[in-house]
Design a protein around this ligand. Structure first.
Ligand code: AMP
Length: 421
């Protein structure tokens, strides 16, 4: 597989799929440019080599097939130019004669920003039919869209010599620019950018060749949203720490009293199945033995420590208790590899943040002793930032949905299109 690091882009035109789907305020000022900054190393490599960079992205959710000015990538042009320190030429569209002419004239070191891919319904390839459509109609419309999507992907591909995918956040989508386009490049002319290379390298260190023991900490609100990940992790990890709101579904499944804690009664059997599978597979499962309980879901609630399986009526567990914090901390600190997804308490409120902070501290300690630690999933990244330890863990994934699907063991179309699996 071709690698960006060892490719010389001199004299080549590279079309780069990035994720510039950034948030704006009402004046169209970018309020968080993390995603743009994340793609800079790849773009800089191409232009520094003497290649030209054709950048493509989606932005927001324009009505498929419609030009809606608020979703124009023009809002990003000047900021991208200032971050790169070069002029960024704005294209009026992402395909078509005018774009082809701009590409034709593109010189070494120049950057062309294509207009929002989602102005074309072929990018996502969704088919919408009226309620009275028959199965035949649906089949025909899907086949028609598939052909159009191929043609659109080829039109994008024809703009460049090399295709680079650096949009990990959309790698779980089988869209024209994230997956289908790759069919039009041979193996030496398609590759991942630095961002995806970094994400996959880090994920492989956890999921493919971990230094043992491998500990996963799964937290967050509900077990129902994490079941597929937990089941997949049971085949890989040595220790599985389950914390946060999902604790109480497990505690109740074992016959404990959970008071007013968050609990998913429909998932009690599932919790028992997970515990049984963990035992069969030799995975050590850790669930809170004590909690910090509160008499309301509020920063000003009365609080007291309670046994996790003896929570009084009207009280709810909102954080891990001291005994649990010590156990979790010891398991984490003695791990060779750590994966953290989801807080173990309502960390947004300072009174219930101690458990999540302790998990973060233990990860930092393990990392300082040589462990590899990967933090991913919206809320744990927010926690790591809140506690100021972002630079003390090995890797932070910002990929969201794509990361979760990867952890579920699913194949990601954007990844498969380039490396074959
Ligand atoms: P998720 O999106 O499923 O990862 O859930 C993250 C949210 O779970 C955070 O906003 C936490 O405040 C919340 N959370 C963590 N522990 C608890 C708990 N014991 N009870 C209710 N919510 C919790």
């Amino acid at each position: 597989m071709a690698k960006i690091e060892s490719t010389n882009f001199a004299g080549k035109k590279a079309i780069i799929r990035v994720d510039f789907n950034v948030p704006f305020n009402e004046k169209f000022e970018i309020t968080d440019d993390t995603r743009i900054r994340a793609a800079l190393p790849t773009i800089k490599k191409v232009i520094a080599d003497g290649g030209s960079a054709i950048i493509m992205s989606h932005l927001g959710r324009p009505k498929a097939g419609k030009f809606e000015p608020e979703f124009s990538l023009k809002h990003i042009q000047s900021h991208l130019a200032s971050l790169l320190g070069v002029t960024v030429i704005m294209a009026p569209d992402c395909v078509g004669a005018e774009v082809e002419a701009l590409v034709e004239n593109l010189k070494a070191g120049e950057v062309l920003l294509l207009e929002n891919l989602r102005y074309h319904k072929e990018e996502e390839g969704k088919v919408k039919l009226g309620e009275d459509a028959t199965d035949e109609d649906k089949k025909a419309a899907k086949a028609d869209m598939k052909e159009k999507q191929k043609a659109f992907s080829q039109a994008l591909a024809n703009l460049a010599d090399i295709y680079i995918n650096d949009a990990f956040g959309t790698a779980h989508r089988a869209h024209a620019s994230t997956a289908i386009i790759a069919d039009f490049f041979d193996a030496d002319s398609k590759m991942f950018g630095y961002l995806i290379d970094g994400e996959l390298g880090s994920l492989d260190k956890v999921m493919a060749e971990p230094q043992r023991p491998l500990t996963a900490i799964m937290g967050g609100a509900k077990v129902s949203t994490k079941i597929t990940i937990i089941e997949n992790l049971l085949d890989k990890v040595d220790n599985l720490i389950l914390g946060g709101g999902m604790t109480y579904t497990f505690v109740k499944a074992l016959g404990g009293k959970v008071g007013a804690s968050l609990c998913e009664d429909d998932f009690l059997d599932m919790a028992l199945t997970i515990m049984k599978k963990a035992e069969e597979k030799g995975v050590k499962l850790y669930i809170a033995s004590d909690v910090l309980a509160a008499d309301a879901f509020s920063e000003t609630a009365n609080t007291k420590p309670m046994k996790a399986n003896e929570i009084e009526d009207g009280w709810m567990g909102l954080d891990a208790g001291p005994e649990t914090i010590a156990t979790f901390g010891e398991v984490i600190a003695n791990s060779g590899t750590i994966l953290w997804n989801g807080p173990v308490g309502v960390f947004e409120m300072d009174v219930f943040a101690a458990g999540t902070k302790a998990v973060g501290d233990a990860i930092v300690l393990a990392t300082s002793k040589g462990a590899f630690s990967l933090v991913g999933g919206g809320d744990s990244v927010a926690a790591v930032n809140k506690f100021g330890i972002a630079d003390k863990v090995s890797y932070i994934s910002t990929a969201g949905g794509a990361l979760l699907e990867y952890l579920e063991g699913k194949s990601l179309p954007g990844i498969k299109a380039i490396r074959g699996y």
